[in-house]
Each structure stands twice: as C-alpha cells, then as structure tokens.
Ligand binder design. Structure first.
Ligand code: PEP
Length: 253
C-alpha cells in the first residue's frame, strides 16, 4: 500500500517548552503506526533536535524541517542548508509551502534547486503545490498545479522522484477554515497523479503519496483521507493541538 502520512506543520508557533509539551501529549497517546503509516513533525529549526529525540524510539514517527536553502553552502547569513539538516539526521523537509512562495518570493525554478539539494543530501522533500483563490474561481487550477510540478520536479529521474511526498494545498483553504470538499480534493489529487503518470508512468505515479492540506481538522480528516488519491494530510493549525492531531493520525488509512 502507498504510504499514508499525517504531517504537522507548526510554522512559527510554540515556545520550545510548549513544543516539548505538545510532543509529550501526542506521544502519550501511544498510537502505533502500521508499516505504511507515518507521522512527520515539521518544526522550527531550533526545535529539530528536541523533536528528533522525542520520536527516536517511536516506529514511523519522523521530523522535518520547514525549509532549506537552494544553495549547497556559502555566504547566506541566517540560512540553513540541506546538508546541515542531513548532518543532524533529519530525513524530511517541507519545500515550497505557499507561505514561503508568497513571503519569500520562492519561484518554481528556485524550488527545483531546493528539491535537488534535498535529494543530494538524502532528505525527502514534502513538496507543496496549490492554487490561489482567483485561479480556482477561473477554473484553471489543474493547469496551475501541473505547471508547479513540471517546473520544480520533472527534471528528476524516475528513481528519484518516486521517493518524493507531494502536498496539494489550495491556498484559499490554508488557515481559513475553508476545506476543499472531498470531491474537489479527490478530483485534483487524481489529476496530479495522472500528470505524474504522463511523465513517469503509472507505476511511479501510484507510489507517490499526495497529501491534502488546508484546514484539515479532527472532524474532517477521516472523510478527506478516505478519498482514493488522498494519502493523508499536511496540517497547520490543528497540529498545534494534541487532541486534534492525535485524531488526525488515527484517521490515516
Ligand atoms: C499548512 O500549514 O500547510 C496548512 C494547511 O495550514 P492549516 O491546516 O492551518 O490550514
């Protein structure tokens, strides 16, 4: 079975102590994950080691960075490279979240370089794509997200891209309380998979987890995750509340 993933994105939230407590509370629920199920915590850089220690003995619980730089190393004060993350045993990194695309001017081309940096350093990118409201209203969301995949991912060889995780996150649903309907989510996830299949073939397309992100909560996760092409969620707000995220992990197929 394709991997099913509950990924938390803490963004720029929580003090260190609040983060420790949140991890304790989630892990106290003792949710045992099957081989195909993963829980990944994308935490602020200074909390990576604390979170990594917290999950060290847990099966299929992992830690992710929320970003990395697109260059290997150099005079980029305040930045973090994929190589640095690898040297800290961090295995995942969110790449191209819509907030970074908007506030940090991250382009599809720059994201292709970040994806390369991740793979060169044995880090699995959780690659985010998704359309803003005006594109959804114009009905051109499929072309928009297909271009994001093509421009940032389709230079990768098949045996590399097959390891990626994609998160489809309609921008109009992030932090707004508006969730895509299950029909909307399934339709575009299926479309994204067909775009990947067109480039790399069905077998590879069927291996890649495509997560849904955008106001996933305990009360809608099960329904969203039940869609055939939705392989879990990338979760912002609800991942900061232990009781919510516990239910979201439990909602994985
Ligand atoms: C996100 O941070 O990627 C996200 C989907 O946020 P929220 O769940 O709060 O909409």
């Amino acid at each position: 079975m394709r991997k099913q993933i509950a990924a938390a994105n803490w963004k720029m939230n929580c003090t260190f102590q609040e983060g420790e407590k949140l991890m304790d509370n989630i892990l106290e629920a003792n949710i045992s994950l099957s081989d195909h199920q993963l829980a990944i915590f994308a935490v602020p850089f200074p909390y990576l080691l604390m979170t990594r220690s917290a999950v060290e003995l847990e099966k299929n619980y992992f830690v992710a960075a929320q970003n990395c730089h697109h260059q290997k190393s150099g005079a980029y004060t305040g930045e973090i490279s994929a190589g640095m993350l690898h040297s800290m045993n961090i295995n995942y990194c969110v790449v191209g979240h819509s907030e970074r695309r908007e506030y940090n001017a991250e382009t599809n081309t720059m994201l292709a370089e970040k994806v390369n940096q991740c793979f060169e350093n044995f880090i699995i990118p959780i690659f985010c794509c998704g359309e803003p409201l005006n594109i959804r209203e114009a009905g051109t969301q499929n072309d928009y997200v297909a271009a994001q995949l093509k421009e940032s991912l389709f230079h990768l060889p098949a045996d590399t891209i097959k390891n990626i995780i994609i998160a489809y996150e309609p921008i109009w649903a992030i932090g707004t309380g508006k969730t895509a309907s299950t029909a909307q989510a399934q339709e575009i996830h299926q479309y994204l998979r067909s775009v990947i299949a067109g480039q790399y073939g069905e077998e590879i397309a069927n291996e890649i987890p495509i997560l849904y992100g955008g106001s996933v909560k305990a009360n809608n996760a099960k329904e969203l995750f039940s869609c055939a092409d939705v392989d879990g969620g990338l979760v912002g707000g609800a991942s900061l509340i232990a009781a919510e995220f516990i239910e979201i992990i439990k909602a994985l197929k």
